[in-house]
Design a protein around this ligand. Structure first.
Ligand SMILES: Nc1ncnc2c1ncn2[C@@H]1O[C@H](COP(=O)(O)OP(=O)(O)OP(=O)(O)O)[C@@H](O)[C@H]1O
Ligand SMILES: [Mg+2]
Length: 371
């Protein structure tokens, strides 16, 4: 039997398509063998290079890394790459229709490779019309694949309904099969009121969906700091780092807040708002006084709120961390990583991890929260 194809698209870039894809895959894995699930991004715009030399969309890499789908055919996950300059080249080409035909064939080739799967999750690109200039808008691509669409909408009531009117009408005009809507990034305390006004009944009265009625698949809260990494994720991305404490505990899996590089004397810790709950601190492992002050400060914070997010003890290559401090940090359950690099390198490494951490969501089971 041909696989069921779910096409995830949304009202604009960053609507939450990749997060939704991971959430859906995570749910599917509870009821089916993960090897029966396929994922690809038919039209991609932001590529990353793999060690093998292949260029694939950033989201294909994220899903490959986090979804738990084994043996993704990674080189087929980005059949069409609409990178900078492509549109002009396309318009200048003597036979643009032929270019479109070839691009469509690339998408079909990926579908053939994944033909033995039971379900394929395909992630769309940008807002509904992106790709239309080369004949590959989200509507056209979903039609080519005979996919059922899940549409990611913004929150609010009037704003969401007005946007849906434009976006869904576009898909319906193209005869695309929009079947499910997810409202994402809703302010948590507004969810009950949004639910009260935006109902399946209302949507189906306003929009005559193709292929069956529209379903509302979820009202998802805006989750604070979802884009920041947890110490668990940081430790996984840090080769040669030694974890102090148990990385499977909640404190390790909670996203950190700001990075604070601590070079000042330890008295400064007492300065109001210098260090806040959840902050991630970099200090030199040579400074025992600072480490002890941080432990004390962390204990004080925990009396009223969350403690510090974590601590990176830098410079293991040059100085050995005092064994008693090591024990005290682990006993305080303050997520800590003892690393060889000096502080400046640690800061750079952390900034890189922060930048590339869209989806630590999956790492700390926020997907379950989202579900
Ligand atoms: N419910 C949510 N609460 C808070 N942040 C969220 C939520 N859903 C998604 N995000 C964040 O929004 C950003 C965009 O999400 P995501 O990458 O899933 O969007 P996308 O639609 O796939 O983006 P792109 O258009 O680049 O493919 C990410 O940083 C993600 O962590
Ligand atoms: Mg994405």
């Amino acid at each position: 039997m041909a696989p069921v194809i779910i096409y995830i698209t949304g009202f604009h870039q960053h609507a939450g398509k990749t997060v939704a894809a991971l959430g859906i895959i995570s749910s599917l894995k509870k009821i089916m063998d993960p090897s029966r699930i396929g994922f690809f991004k038919p039209v991609g715009q932001q590529m990353v290079s793999l060690a093998s030399g292949h260029r694939i969309d950033k989201d294909a890499q994220i899903v490959d890394t986090f979804s738990g789908i084994p043996n993704i055919d990674i080189e087929y996950t980005s059949p069409v790459r609409l990178t900078s300059g492509f549109t002009r080249k396309y318009l200048d080409s003597p036979n643009p229709e032929e270019v479109t035909r070839k691009l469509r064939m690339e998408i079909s080739k990926t579908l053939e490779i994944m033909a033995t799967k039971d379900i394929i999750i395909a992630e769309g690109t940008g807002h509904p019309g992106v790709g239309s200039i080369v004949g590959l808008s989200n509507a056209k691509v979903s039609n080519l694949m005979k996919a059922e669409i899940i549409f990611l909408s913004a929150g609010g009531i009037g704003k969401a309904l007005d946007q849906l009117e434009v976006n869904i009408s576009y898909f319906l005009y193209k005869k695309s099969r929009v079947r499910g809507i997810i409202f994402n990034k809703l302010l948590p305390d507004k969810i009950p009121i949004v639910k009260r006004y935006i109902t399946e009944d209302l949507l189906n009265r306003k929009l005559a969906a193709v292929g069956g009625p529209l379903r509302i698949l979820g009202f998802l809260p805006l989750i604070e700091d979802i884009s920041n990494p947890s110490m668990h994720l940081i430790s996984r991305n840090w080769e040669n780092g030694e974890t102090l404490g148990d990385p499977d505990t909640e404190a390790w899996k909670t996203p950190c807040k700001e990075i604070k590089v601590l070079t000042q004397p330890s008295e400064n810790l007492r300065r109001r708002n210098f260090l806040n709950p959840g902050d991630l601190i970099i200090i030199s492992c040579a400074s025992q006084t600072r480490s002890r002050s941080i432990l004390k400060y962390n204990k004080k914070l925990k009396e009223h709120s969350r403690g510090l997010g974590g601590i990176i003890l830098a410079g293991g290559n040059y100085v050995t961390l005092d064994s008693q401090i090591k024990k005290d940090i682990a006993a305080a359950a303050l997520p800590a990583l003892y690393v060889p690099e000096h502080m400046a390198t640690c800061e750079q490494k952390l900034l890189k991890i922060y930048e590339s951490t869209k989806l630590q969501v999956y790492d700390y089971n926020k997907i379950e929260e989202i579900e």
